[in-house]
Write a protein that binds this ligand. Structure first.
Ligand SMILES: [Zn+2]
Length: 414
């Protein structure tokens, strides 16, 4: 009986993501078009938020078009002679395929201690419960800490994974600073699992390194993305004018506000905040990272998507750290290791060249302010030619394995 009660509670809990307040993306289109030409042809649509740029490479971008505006937008492109390719005419259909059914997910809930797996996407509670499970089950290796709280009062938790070596090197891994990039927190959780539960496999690489893994840098945004607006990116700070959210990966204080940002609090994607470190999340996390900066040798932030290993700096089109070639050498090692998992190529290069300049990113700050030698942003699966943020959960395991392979390849070089 108790079992039945738990099950029905779970069904309600999982289904509540589909309540009336949840935004539908039925009829929204995603297209690919030449970046510059599309940006000028669609300037007004981009300003109003009817069109949102998702990602892209040096030449092409994916553009998400709200259902009611699709005809108008495509007409504007035709009038301006801008070619495009339709990736989906119904984003909701892609999102419906993203996670397995409730029934198949329930099976996972019956395990002892935690619900985490890499066959479905999980809510914040599952991540934090899993971290507590690891710390309780492997107390000699793993411990849970909090860097502080979000604007809505959620904890910013990290897992410290340590062999207890004297004077260890340190390695920071995070995910989820952009809410909708759901593969990133899952990959960070996979790194935790492997370095704790399957630690013996990697003993020779990790015995001398303390890892700090924060799978969800933006827990408020993540929960909002799970329950209300799947395509939400920013945090949930409410501005005086009624608009919501700051792009936390434009808010770090190294050459803040110089490129690839918006100063408009209503910008749906890249509002950089009123000033550097205006947000409680970036304040708390940066303070914590500074507290462990002694011997902090590597910083990797997981994002999606595009399959890139991005090397700082990104605050303008040209600036590089003086040891850029060394960072590139190690990135190429990571690239080989990631390709060995399933044959997928992750392009290596300077951030502005591959995806465009964007100031206020966490990796720029880690490298430029903290002085972390090997600082990277990994853009995980899929590539730019598929439907970006809606990676089916069936690819979550292999995407996570690739992320881990990249982390281990960097760890070997420390
Ligand atoms: Zn991102």
């Amino acid at each position: 009986m108790k079992f039945a009660v738990i099950l029905s509670a779970l069904i309600v809990g999982l289904a509540s993501g589909q309540d009336a307040e949840k935004r539908s993306y039925r009829g929204d289109s995603v297209i690919s078009a030449a970046s510059q030409a599309a940006a000028s042809a669609l300037k007004d649509f981009l300003a109003s938020g009817a069109v949102q740029q998702w990602g892209g490479n040096g030449t092409h971008s994916q553009l998400h078009i709200a259902a009611g505006k699709v005809k108008e937008v495509l007409n504007s492109l035709l009038k301006s002679n801008v070619g495009y390719e339709v990736l989906t005419e119904d984003l909701q259909q892609e999102l419906d395929k993203e996670n397995p059914t409730v029934a198949s997910r329930l099976k996972n809930a019956l395990k002892n201690g935690h619900n985490m797996d890499w066959t479905s996407y999980h809510r914040l509670d599952d991540f934090y419960t899993y971290m507590e499970y690891l710390a309780a089950t492997y107390p000699k290796i793993a411990s849970v800490g909090s860097a502080g709280k979000t604007i809505e009062g959620r904890e910013l938790r990290y897992l410290k994974i340590s062999s207890g070596a004297a004077n260890p090197k340190k390695f920071w891994v995070d995910g989820g600073i952009h809410a909708r990039e759901w593969v990133a927190p899952a990959a960070a959780a996979y790194v935790m699992r492997e370095l704790v539960e399957n630690r013996s496999k990697y003993a020779s690489i990790v015995s001398n390194i303390d890892f700090y893994v924060m799978p969800l840098m933006n827990p408020d945004g993540y929960e909002h993305s799970a329950t209300r607006e799947r395509m939400w990116r920013k945090n949930r700070n409410r501005h005086q004018n009624g608009c919501i959210g700051v792009d936390l990966n434009r808010n770090w204080g190294f050459n803040w506000g110089t490129a690839g940002i918006s100063h408009n609090p209503c910008d749906p994607q890249i509002y950089a905040g009123a000033k550097a470190f205006s947000e409680p999340e970036t304040q708390a996390i940066s303070k914590f990272i500074l507290s462990i900066k002694n011997n902090l040798k590597a910083y990797i932030s997981f994002h999606t998507y595009g399959q890139y290993i991005l090397i700082p700096y990104a605050f303008d089109d040209v600036s590089k750290p003086s040891d850029f070639e060394e960072l590139k050498r190690v990135a190429v090692k990571a690239q080989s290791a990631m390709k060995a998992v399933a044959g997928e190529t992750y392009q290596v290069g300077h951030t502005p060249t591959l995806v465009g300049a964007a100031a206020g990113g966490s990796d720029d700050w880690a490298k430029g302010t903290v002085g972390v030698k090997y600082a990277y942003t990994f853009e995980l699966r899929p590539t730019n030619y598929r439907v970006g943020f809606a990676l089916p959960a069936s690819q979550l395991a292999v995407a996570s394995q690739e992320a881990l392979a990249g982390v281990l390849a960097v760890a070997k070089e420390l």
